[in-house]
Design a protein around this ligand. Structure first.
Ligand code: IMP
Ligand code: MG
Length: 165
């Protein structure tokens, strides 16, 4: 067990409070979840943000069924919700090599958001990122983690805690 259900819930509540405080009445919040890994985190997070918001998803793929990043990031689904003028929060389950974020952040900036912030549940702190996440749940050990949305070959996403493979 790396992070228990209770530890995760406590931290997600804190992050939602920080996000709530960070935005004002003029911000049209768009919470963009990176599928599939962020789906549980995003669901828990948005229900505790006390600000009007919209939710959409991006599908990027870099791992296939391997535990190591392939280095290629493919966008398989692109959000319908317009990013222009919105205060966008990109929600990611875990930042490892940083390839995904380094590719997606410039792509989204190109669509003219009012602001763009990254919110990651886990951060392995090994990536050289062009933009550091504004909100991070936990620094993660350098192990392959599963549960609470994170998978290994599509298994284990449903576990309510985060464990090491
Ligand atoms: P990056 O592009 O290398 O930063 O990897 C980001 C993506 O790889 C994440 O969204 C995850 O889907 C996946 N990933 C990275 N590390 C892990 C892990 O420890 N367990 C499960 N998935 C991971
Ligand atoms: Mg992912």
């Amino acid at each position: 067990m790396v992070f228990t259900r209770e530890e995760i819930q406590g931290r997600v509540t804190e992050m939602a409070e920080e996000i709530t405080e960070a935005y004002g009445p003029d911000d049209q919040l768009l919470v963009l979840g990176l599928l599939k890994g962020s789906f549980i985190f995003l669901a828990d997070l948005v229900r505790q943000i006390q600000h009007p918001l919209q939710v959409d998803f991006l599908v990027a793929s870099s791992y296939g069924n391997d535990t190591k990043s392939s280095g290629h990031v493919n966008l398989l689904y692109d959000p319908e919700a317009s990013v222009e003028g919105r205060s966008v929060i990109l929600v990611e389950d875990i930042i490892d090599s940083g390839n995904t974020m380094n590719r997606l952040v410039p792509l989204l900036w190109g669509r003219g958001p009012k602001s763009l912030e990254i919110c990651a549940l886990l951060h392995k702190r090994v990536a050289s990122l062009d933009t550091e996440p504004r909100w991070v749940g936990f620094d993660a050990p350098l192990e392959f983690l599963v549960g609470y949305g994170l998978d290994y070959g599509e298994e284990f996403r449903h576990l309510p805690f985060i464990g090491s493979l």
